[in-house]
Design a protein around this ligand. Structure first.
Ligand SMILES: Cc1cc2nc3c(=O)[nH]c(=O)nc-3n(C[C@H](O)[C@H](O)[C@H](O)COP(=O)(O)O)c2cc1C
Length: 199
């Protein structure tokens, strides 16, 4: 079993990546407790250069993209047959996901156009806002919408929608206990469901 986490902040090593790592650490611990092998990989979009889909139609003829940019290597990573879950972590920008997250989701359409290759893959979302209630839940739902278009299986945090964190917590995002609990619970639920589906 493999889970890929996408960190969709344009900033390197900030709150979004921190919270994604918290989520994936919990996923690994849950798998260990269940005696299951789980590999996790983080794809950090911050250093990558790619834009949105240009609707050229090239992917209608295969698992391929015409744009020669930093999205290209992600196609092979996301084609891994062991892949059972994808977690998209994004900062909240203007009440929704970052442009990097949207570009990633739009470019992933090539997997849909070639036989719904993400069908039944588990999908979870993490949103990190500068305000405690700055649109995290709306953002998580927007990411979920893209995942549903892939016919993925949406996973929450066992209580609400997924990871919702506060990047500007007065004591630092590492101290956002409430938010950290939501991302950890999402990681745990991803693995619990992956184990049920791949027993
Ligand atoms: C263009 C822009 C728009 C933003 N819009 C929101 C917003 O609508 N709601 C919110 O809570 N925070 C908003 N923020 C703050 C970021 O979500 C917050 O700083 C987040 O922690 C950034 O993630 P990072 O630390 O991983 O880069 C915005 C920041 C930027 C740069």
């Amino acid at each position: 079993m493999k889970i890929i986490g996408i960190s969709a902040s344009p900033r390197k090593n900030k709150s979004t990546l921190f919270l994604l790592n918290q989520c994936l650490d919990e996923a690994k611990q849950t798998a260990e407790k269940s005696g299951r092998d789980l590999s996790v990989e983080v794809i950090d979009l911050a250093p990558l250069k790619f834009g949105g889909c240009i609707a050229c139609g090239y992917c209608q003829k295969g698992v391929q993209c015409s744009q020669e940019d930093d999205f290209q290597p992600l196609i092979a990573k996301l084609s891994d047959p062991d892949l059972c879950g994808i977690i998209v972590a994004t900062p909240v920008y203007m009440g929704c996901m970052s442009a990097q997250a949207k570009a990633f989701i739009d470019r992933s359409v090539l997997f849909r156009r070639n036989g719904f290759l993400f069908k039944n893959i588990l999908g979870g979302a993490i949103a990190v806002g500068g305000s405690r209630n700055g649109g995290q839940e709306l953002t998580v739902q927007a990411v979920h919408a893209g995942m549903m278009i892939h016919d993925m299986i949406i996973v929450g945090d066992g209580d609400h929608f997924g990871g919702t964190a506060w990047g500007s917590h007065p004591d630092g995002y590492e101290c956002d206990e409430t938010g950290i609990n939501t991302v950890k619970n999402l990681g745990r639920r991803m693995v619990e469901l992956a184990c049920l589906m791949h027993s």
